[in-house]
Design a protein around this ligand. Structure first.
Ligand code: GUN
Ligand code: FE
Length: 446
């Protein structure tokens, strides 16, 4: 069955709906009606409008999915930075700082993705695991191998996950069995991007993926900048993750004014660019990010697990930078964006513990950053991130307190409290259904 056939013409939901808007970090609508037509949201309003919607759609009451008092409809989660080729290491090998961690554990694991059968098994597990955890859109940082990365993109299409997929490019400062020749890297990146564009699948788009400045020559970066400009492609890389890394980039790129400026000079900064981490930026770099429209994927679990530093999301957002959340698995040990929300809130609390003037982020900010924030950081906020009419219906139906749930509901809770319970205590067992562009891509009961 093709994707199109699987998307119902009309879907109607009545019950508690919550989402972030430009005006509100997390608006909780306790008795709402949400209408989806051919995979797109066409109406969100109070339940009093249900009869008029049914009349307009020529539909009967049986067409309405009635949410129970313990259910919530939320936008799907956006993982703005994840390394699916590091999944075998998730929860392992967190005893070294970034640059040693890459050489000792990460490059050897990624080198194994030359084996397409191995890659296929791991990538299928990642797509399934993240979908059941509510990740409706992921920015995937795959290995340097084109065939394996093509298989990842195919799995996303098959299983219906929205994704930006990148074949990683690196031509220096890496082991010989996990490093590319500059021309070959450019050729493979170009072939990957063109191959994906030729499929004309709006759900899965190629992303130009220089690993980070340290492992990329200036010629490779410039060539990738040209490739991105030629096709208007998304771009993803890392920036300012650790102090040692920042110092090394200064030595390798003495002409650049800053780490972020290395990417600007290569033509890699724009509204479709997402930079992971950005823990240690100068104010001039935040200005560059704001002015170019590039986003940051805040990877709080990774920043703590590899002891890279405490990113200040408030500072980034106050400077006008778009911020979303990334699991950065396996630098971050958990593949779920719920974990990214919680570690983000803990990092923010650590700032507040040390600084009297610091206003910590709230669970509402957490939901916003993981949905609308991620969409904006990836340059996708026109089509996903919340339930405003016109957006794609990427969503999860949360059902709290089921038989195998770890969330005990012992007293009556308001819709707002149920959202808090889910953000702090929920997991995949509380996510009953997941939808991408209106298609049901995961069901706990199926
Ligand atoms: N910087 C360059 N490569 C990586 C990676 O794989 N993970 C993290 N956390 N940072 C990086
Ligand atoms: Fe990363």
């Amino acid at each position: 069955m093709s994707r199109e056939q699987a998307v119902p013409d009309v879907q109607l939901f009545q019950g508690t709906v919550a989402h972030a808007t430009a005006a509100c970090a997390a608006e909780v609508l306790p008795d709402a009606v949400l209408v989806v037509e051919r995979g797109r949201v066409t109406h969100l309003g109070p339940a009093s409008g249900l009869t008029a919607q049914l009349r307009r759609l020529d539909a009967g009451a049986e067409a309405v999915v009635q949410l129970s008092p313990h259910q919530l409809l939320l936008p799907g989660l956006v993982d703005a930075h994840i390394h699916p080729c590091q999944y075998p290491n998730a929860g392992l090998a967190l005893d070294l700082p970034l640059l040693d961690w890459l050489q000792r554990y990460t490059y050897p694991t990624e080198a194994r993705f030359q084996d397409e059968a191995f890659a296929s098994t791991v990538y299928a597990a990642v797509v399934d695991r993240t979908l059941r955890n509510g990740t409706t859109c992921a920015s995937y940082f795959a290995s340097i191998h084109r065939p394996a990365t093509e298989r990842l993109a195919e799995l996303c299409r098959e299983r219906g996950q929205r994704a930006l997929v990148g074949k990683t490019c690196m031509d220096q400062q890496a082991p010989t069995n996990y490093c590319e020749d500059t021309d070959q890297s450019l050729q493979e990146a170009t072939a990957f991007a063109r191959g994906q564009l030729a499929r004309r699948c709006p759900l899965v788009l190629p992303s130009v993926t220089p690993r980070f400045a340290i492992t990329c020559s200036e010629r490779l970066l410039a060539g990738l900048g040209q490739l991105a400009a030629e096709h208007g492609l998304h771009v993803q890389t890392h920036v300012n993750e650790t102090r040692n890394e920042v110092a090394m980039v200064r030595r390798l790129f003495p002409e650049a004014a800053s780490y972020t400026d290395v990417y600007r000079r290569a033509g890699l900064l724009g509204p479709r660019t997402v930079l992971a981490h950005c823990v240690h930026p100068g104010d001039d770099e935040l200005t560059l990010l704001r002015d170019s429209g590039a986003g940051v994927a805040h990877c709080a679990n990774s920043n703590a697990s590899l002891r890279s530093g405490l990113c200040d999301v408030r500072r980034l957002e106050t400077a006008g930078v778009q911020v979303g959340l990334g699991t950065d698995m396996s630098g971050g040990y958990h593949p779920s964006v719920l974990d990214a929300i919680r570690t983000t809130l803990h990092t923010s609390n650590v700032h507040a513990i040390y600084r009297d003037d610091y206003q910590p982020l709230t669970f509402r900010d957490g939901l916003r950053l993981a949905t609308l924030g991620g969409a904006a950081a990836l340059g996708l906020a026109d089509s996903i991130g919340n339930f405003e009419p016109g957006k794609q219906f990427d969503a999860m139906l949360v059902s709290l307190g089921g038989d195998d749930s770890d969330v005990d509901l012992l007293t009556p809770h308001s819709p707002d409290e149920l959202l808090q319970k889910f953000i702090y205590l929920g997991d995949s067992r509380d996510i009953a259904k997941v939808y991408v562009a209106g298609r049901e891509v995961h069901s706990r009961t199926a």
